[in-house]
Design a protein around this ligand. Structure first.
Ligand code: AHR
Length: 526
């Protein structure tokens, strides 16, 4: 709702600070055996676009267009009662199992080997999660040997017999999932998990010192143990850990007001600062030689109230979690995203990049059908949700180094965070290609912002004299609740950003950001 008053803000590289190189893993995502994420999502052998492994080609094309770099698999809550051994070998011999996390039937037609094939086709790195709920150390070691071992030992040879000769070379391993959550199969106290993760991580590093290990952090900042969980776990297992996970989901009805929802990045900032402080304390306590980085491996918008209500209804009516007991690949968590949700996700991506000195990996949760940017119909088309767009732009253009520009912004009032900057932005620049981008968001629900953007510092002391625009995109709609659906898959698309170069100063621009909008400007120097 625009009240016609135009606010003014500036973004300048003068006085900007270099944050860090942009880790490619920050553009990761997540596929869990949940609902139709795998079956009917990435995998549908009968689909007209399916490849030789049964994976949908139309979905693979969209995953590439999204620019995803790394995919966490196979859960999520699912992993805590999953036997990875069920998912390898001849498909007709794989057992069908019950999954206690989502009360569904797991047909095991997709598992580790299949996901390896999918990742090759998608061009993505695998971030593997091991089961710390019903399995543990031995199973984790077996999985590492199966996946990464050179032929010549029993488990590596099992992989070869199953058709994959080369080691998979999976580098990143999550040691369990949300083990602080009472809903998690086999959940633990901080002390119990700290002991378990220390032992498991120690053994995993004996198996392969080069692995990058991720310990479970808190499953949200609202957990009563948030902060103390990290302190206990990281202090105990510091020597063997490379990452600690962070999980945060946001949704409009979960915020105190729509304006608060638009400012969800403030919560993410607080989350990052708290966990980074615990990681630094653990390092100091050990007089350590390495930082524990943050892996923000579940983030995004998720209408959790819808899911909780649905779960309660099913339980009350049927005493099971669904209309039928133990369904296979039911429609679960298939949230439809609005323009406002996409603006929030664009803003969250800006926060991740603005903190990429600490956040060295992230996974937008999830990728297909389940709280996802990509949707499919079984035996039908695939389409992009609104949240697809800011992620894809950042993944393709935010390359090289990230800079925090100097921002003078008008303010918006929120109930949760007080007065905050309406405008947030991050700048990236790649020295190799002399190209860069500015990601910007106007979180003000009521006012257009006219923005002065000063990139002069990119030209100073170089042989370059001009900044040439490559792409200038805007995500905004007069209806913030507009969505893309199977009937109207292109209702919401990127528009052209209104950006004008100054006649006297070729590196200065005037940008118009409508109320609650996200924008991207990609350029190169000549
Ligand atoms: O992404 C959906 C669920 O959210 C995951 O299974 C779990 O890790 C988190 O609570």
């Amino acid at each position: 709702m625009n009240d016609n008053e135009v606010k003014r803000s500036t973004i300048s590289l003068q006085g900007a600070h270099h944050i860090a190189d942009v880790p490619r893993r920050i553009f990761g995502s997540f596929i869990e055996h949940l609902g139709r994420s795998v079956y009917g999502g990435i995998y549908e052998p009968e689909h007209e676009s399916a490849n030789e492994h049964g994976f949908r080609g139309d979905v693979l094309d969209l995953v590439k267009e999204l620019g995803v770099t790394c995919v966490r698999y196979p859960g999520g809550n699912f992993v805590s009662n999953y036997r990875w051994q069920d998912g390898v070998g001849p498909k007709n011999q794989r057992p069908v199992r019950r999954d206690l996390a989502w009360h569904t039937t797991e047909p095991n037609q997709v598992g580790l080997d299949d996901f390896y094939h999918w990742s090759k086709a998608a061009g993505t790195e695998i971030m593997m999660a091991v089961n710390m709920g019903t399995q543990g150390l031995q199973s984790a070691l077996d999985e590492i040997e199966y996946a990464n071992g050179a032929p010549g030992t029993a488990l590596a040879d099992w992989r070869v017999a199953n058709g994959i000769r080369e080691p998979m070379d999976i580098r990143m391993w999550c040691i369990g999932n949300e083990m602080d959550g009472p809903w998690q199969v086999g959940h633990m106290s901080a002390e119990e998990y700290a002991v378990a993760v220390e032992r498991t991580a120690h053994a995993m590093k004996l198996a392969e010192p080069g692995l990058e290990l991720v310990a479970c952090g808190s499953s949200s900042a609202s957990m009563p143990t948030f902060g103390t969980w990290e302190r206990t776990v990281l202090t105990r297992a510091y020597d063997y850990l490379d990452f600690v996970s962070c999980h945060a989901y946001y949704f409009e009805r979960g915020a105190k007001s729509p304006q608060d929802f638009l400012a969800s990045g403030e919560n993410m900032k607080h989350f990052i600062a708290t966990v980074a402080a615990q990681a630094d304390d653990a390092k100091a306590a050990h007089q350590g030689d390495h930082d524990i980085a943050l892996s923000f491996d579940e983030w995004g918008v998720w209408y959790q109230d819808d899911w909780n209500r649905q779960e309660e209804e099913w339980k009350a009516q049927n005493r099971v979690l669904h209309n039928e007991p133990w369904p296979t690949a039911p429609h679960l968590l298939e949230d439809t995203y609005t323009v406002r949700d996409a603006v929030v996700e664009g803003a969250l991506m800006i926060e991740l990049l603005a903190h990429c000195d600490r956040v060295r990996s992230a996974s937008r949760a999830q990728l297909v059908n389940v709280i996802a940017p990509i949707m499919t119909q079984n035996d039908g088309p695939a389409w992009k949700q609104t949240v697809f767009y800011p992620f894809a732009f950042a993944a393709h253009h935010a390359v090289g180094d990230a800079f925090a520009p100097t921002i003078h912004s008008s303010q918006v009032h929120t109930e949760s965070y007080g007065d905050v900057d309406a405008v947030r932005a991050v700048v990236t620049f790649d020295q190799q290609t002399h190209s860069g981008c500015v990601l910007m968001v106007n979180r003000d629900m009521q006012h257009t912002t006219e923005l002065q953007l000063d990139l002069q510092d990119l030209l100073s002391n170089t042989q370059f004299t001009e900044i040439i625009a490559d792409e200038q995109v805007l995500l905004h709609d007069d209806d913030p609740y507009a969505t893309n659906t199977i009937e109207h898959p292109d209702r919401v698309k990127l528009r052209t950003l209104d950006i004008t170069a100054s006649a006297e100063h070729p590196a200065q621009f005037t940008v118009t950001l409508p109320e609650e909008s996200w924008a991207g400007f990609a350029f190169h120097l000549v």
